[in-house]
Design a protein around this ligand. Sequence first.
Ligand SMILES: Nc1ncnc2c1ncn2[C@@H]1O[C@H](COP(=O)(O)OP(=O)(O)OP(=O)(O)O)[C@@H](O)[C@H]1O
Length: 449
Amino acid sequence: MTIKKLLWIAGEDRQTDDRLRTAAAPFGACVAGDLAGARDLAAGGTMPVGVVVLGGMAGGVEPLDHFLREHCWMKWVALCDPAALQEPRCRKLIHEHCIDFHTLPVDALRLRHTLGHAHGVAALHDLPPPRAATQAMRLTGYSAPVVQLRQQVQKVAAATAPVLIWGESGTGKELVARAVHEGSARAAGPFVPINCAAIPAGLVQSELFGHERGAFTGAARARVGLLESAAGGSVFLDEIGDLPLDMQANLLRFLQEKTIHRLGGTRPVQVDARVIAASHVKLQEAVARGTFREDLYYRLNVLSLEVPALRERSEDVLVLAEAFFHDNARERSAQVKGFSGRALQALRAHHWPGNVRELLNRVRRASVMAEGRLITPHDLGLDDVLQTLAPPLALNGARVQAERRAIEAGLGAGKSITLVARELGVSRMTLYRLMAKHSIAVPARKRSS
Ligand SMILES: Nc1ncnc2c1ncn2[C@@H]1O[C@H](COP(=O)(O)OP(=O)(O)OP(=O)(O)O)[C@@H](O)[C@H]1O
């Protein structure tokens, strides 16, 4: 039997009287005295249901409001005394975040019933992946290429040789580079990202290798270069293909001898930094064109990683979209609870030329700008996608679409789950099942009572 876990935010007064204990007895309740403690307990992502005692929280309603937004995938039940219910801010909080509330003193059996119901509703959704401590694990996705990439990152991190990362723009090369650094023995040292394409040609040498005082007009004092500032850690050379040929020669010397020469300097300086390079163009082709040194290519390409384009791992699109939606909890409007079925369809169908960065930007914008409770294809700027798709509907497709429209219309009109189920002639459980099938989020205020 699996234990149904419960996060209990007791607030300042930790009075868990007998009635509350009785209500929580069938669940694995973890009690937090404040929001910091609650955040730690919820971080594992294994708490589907939470109880929050309103009124005893230090700092008032606002921090709690933030916390509940950040954990909006959990089903929340509020406990509050009748006086607190008269307060508009408390009422708004319950209305926006909780699936039910009980007034104190609670009726233990009723509360136990509510908590069981909350677990039932929570079970219709997958829990989000646990928030991981390192960036390596923030490489979100469950598709075979990403699972394989995470394994490769771990192996590469444990080694010491240079790393070459290839992938289209926006696929997550910098994230992978950080993951390599953070998984390595150098994790406590600096991670210095450098975009080689963004440094003006005339400044590349002094930026990368530093300069001595008086090396050129205006060099009033000596300056440490970016490579030197990565000593003890890793330097990430993004768009390495854009490095001018003479700088490629200097970089090769650094890789071979672990020393650099500052501009205007006469003696070599020892630098212990691991080089992680990335490119969105295939460097073999640049070698063939004569714009990239072959010897440097082989020196860098000891350990190579390829980051797949998003369209090659379309299974990850919805997982990433959900993760970005939750990450954006502070910015988005509280009324926005998730994606409509049509929005999910559009996300699945889009080709993602801008890869994960494009997805992140579309979700971030939509979650701020959406007018309704659910993000639509229009909010994502993807209405065209569905129009170009639209093949003639088979009978089954038409039925599925009608089913979804009927549910969305009922919920969109502000009706309760019970009322919508009754009008559609199905049980509440069937309605929840259909909502899960069509990826329709449970609107927060549609309590079943
Ligand atoms: N698998 C992932 N999980 C979570 N976030 C991701 C993932 N992949 C990319 N991102 C996010 O997408 C954005 C773009 O990623 P990143 O900057 O690492 O891409 P890039 O390949 O280095 O792009 P460019 O080639 O343009 O420099 C970042 O905000 C990053 O955090």
